[in-house]
Design a protein around this ligand. Structure first.
Ligand SMILES: Cc1cc2nc3c(=O)[nH]c(=O)nc-3n(C[C@H](O)[C@H](O)[C@H](O)COP(=O)(O)OP(=O)(O)OC[C@H]3O[C@@H](n4cnc5c(N)ncnc54)[C@H](O)[C@@H]3O)c2cc1C
Length: 443
């Protein structure tokens, strides 16, 4: 069967959200069904081209880059099935469905995912493939909420994977880095929609780091941001509420989330990029503008918010018991260096999970994420932070800037060889390979 739906052969350039990764795929295609996808994969293999399924390009690494055939997710979207008979209930969605569409559809059905990250622009397959996570005491990453998935492999088979069926593939493919095949559908555990009360509150660095374990223990979802060049932090505690909804007011929500967190922040960042000397005084002022607020809403409206200011990010997962010590080292490093950092540093947590390449695989974890405004040279800051993270056996987020290779990663992931073995079996010729996978998993 020949396949040419919306195919482009002119080597149209592809660029990720942050603009730091570009690629020139030989072909870009938008299959609209598993049969069409299967034809795309067969034809690419016959033409000697690599294949890469893309999400929405929100990874900061070249994990989604290819010079072969790029598969766009646009036409592989939608809800396939909601099953309320099981415990938990589940939803099965096409792999290219954006999280925001899933969240809205679930809310209409009175359902919700349990936990999620900071934004919901990504596709479901893209989000799980790099281990996208939010913060949680008991509830883990989005991939950890997957109950089954369907994977089109290099030999053309469509594998249905779950804890009961193709269990080894299921374990690996939940955070599969696009290395095992093309995911065509994902089944998530869902629960009746619930309310979360968010309490956002400024706190000093000294206090939040001294009380970190207590805040994590007392809250279902605790996170905080530290503002470099200051002793100020902003904390956020989300807990389930039995009360009534009390959403952010439209005006105050717009002022705080659009004007302050995006519009004004963009101005502050671009001024800081032009004149780095002003960053520390601006940070001292802007970190004090944030005031305490409390609101109660459905989960995705509490967990996620728009991120319009473009940035570059690196994030490491550390054994949780080391995170405060590591963060203090980051702070000391920034203070004694000439670096001027306009973006806050984000700290989140996750319980241990059972996914071989999840950053929280087999260990209770906390994350330190550093960001820089787009176009700001990042090497000296990220290198200095990365050195601290590595000393604690840190695991880099697969979708965020890092310099680690397979030799290092095999040492910090006890189940690395298990993933590599599944890859060798499913994709011996590396049809789904790219330069990034060669670096982080090996040839
Ligand atoms: C503004 C912003 C905020 C973010 N917030 C968070 C956060 O809070 N927490 C967090 O952990 N991360 C966060 N990230 C990172 C982001 O969630 C991940 O990089 C995620 O993988 C991006 O999903 P995507 O749909 O854009 O996929 P892409 O970046 O396009 O692709 C990622 C990987 O998924 C693979 N893939 C995509 N579709 C398929 C498929 N159908 N089959 C097999 N493989 C597939 C690709 O091949 C690639 O390997 C953020 C990124 C940005 C830019």
């Amino acid at each position: 069967m020949s396949y040419d739906r919306t195919e482009t052969t002119s080597r149209t350039a592809w660029r990720n959200w942050a603009g730091n990764v570009t690629a020139r795929p030989a072909r870009t295609v938008s299959p609209a069904s598993v049969d069409e996808l299967s034809a795309v994969v067969r034809r690419a293999a016959a033409d000697g081209l690599k294949v890469k399924a893309g999400g929405t390009g929100h990874s900061f690494t070249a994990v989604a880059a290819t010079d072969g055939v790029r598969i766009r997710p646009d036409l592989l979207t939608g809800i396939r099935e909601i099953d309320r008979t099981g415990s938990p209930a589940t939803v099965t969605v096409e792999a290219g469905t954006p999280l925001k569409r899933l969240n809205a559809a679930l809310a209409r059905e009175g359902l919700s995912l349990t936990n999620m990250g900071d934004i919901m622009e990504q596709t479901v397959a893209g989000a799980i493939s790099t281990g996208t996570h939010g913060t949680g005491r008991e509830s883990a990453s989005i991939a950890a909420q997957v109950r089954a998935l369907e994977l089109l492999t290099a030999d053309g088979s469509l594998l249905r994977c779950s804890a009961e069926e193709n269990a080894d593939v299921f374990a690996a493919a939940r955070v599969g880095l696009g290395a095992l095949g093309v995911i065509t559908a994902v089944t998530f555990a869902v629960e009746p929609v619930f309310l979360l009360t968010a309490r956002e509150e400024p706190m000093s660095f000294d206090r939040v780091t001294a009380e970190f374990d207590q805040h994590v223990a007392e809250n279902e979802h605790f996170e905080f941001y530290w503002f470099p060049h200051t002793g100020n932090c902003s904390t956020k505690r989300n807990n389930r509420s039995a009360g009534l909804p009390a959403p952010l007011g439209r005006v105050s929500g717009w002022v705080e989330d659009e004007f302050l967190a995006n519009g004004l922040f963009e101005v502050v960042c671009s001024v800081g990029k032009a004149v780095p000397m002003v960053i520390p005084p601006l940070a001292r002022v802007s970190s004090r503008v944030l005031s305490a607020r409390t609101y109660t809403d459905i989960p995705y409206k509490v967990f996620t918010s728009p991120r319009r200011v473009r940035f570059l990010e690196m994030e490491y997962a550390l054994p949780r018991e080391h995170v405060v010590e590591a963060l203090r080292e980051v702070k000391a490093m920034v203070e004694r260096s000439p670096l001027k950092i306009s973006f806050p540093v984000e700290i989140r947590t996750a319980p241990a999970d059972d996914i071989p390449l999840s950053t929280a695989s087999g260990r209770e974890s906390a994350y330190i994420a550093v960001h820089l405004y787009r176009g700001t040279p990042h090497r000296s800051y990220f290198t200095a932070v990365e050195r601290i993270m590595i000393a604690y056996g840190g695991r880099p987020h697969w979708g965020k800037v890092h310099t680690r290779d397979a030799a290092y990663l095999a040492g910090v992931y006890p189940r690395f060889a298990e993933f590599a073995a599944v890859r060798d079996r499913l994709d011996p010729d590396r049809l789904f390979g790219n330069d990034y996978l060669r670096r982080v998993i090996g040839d």
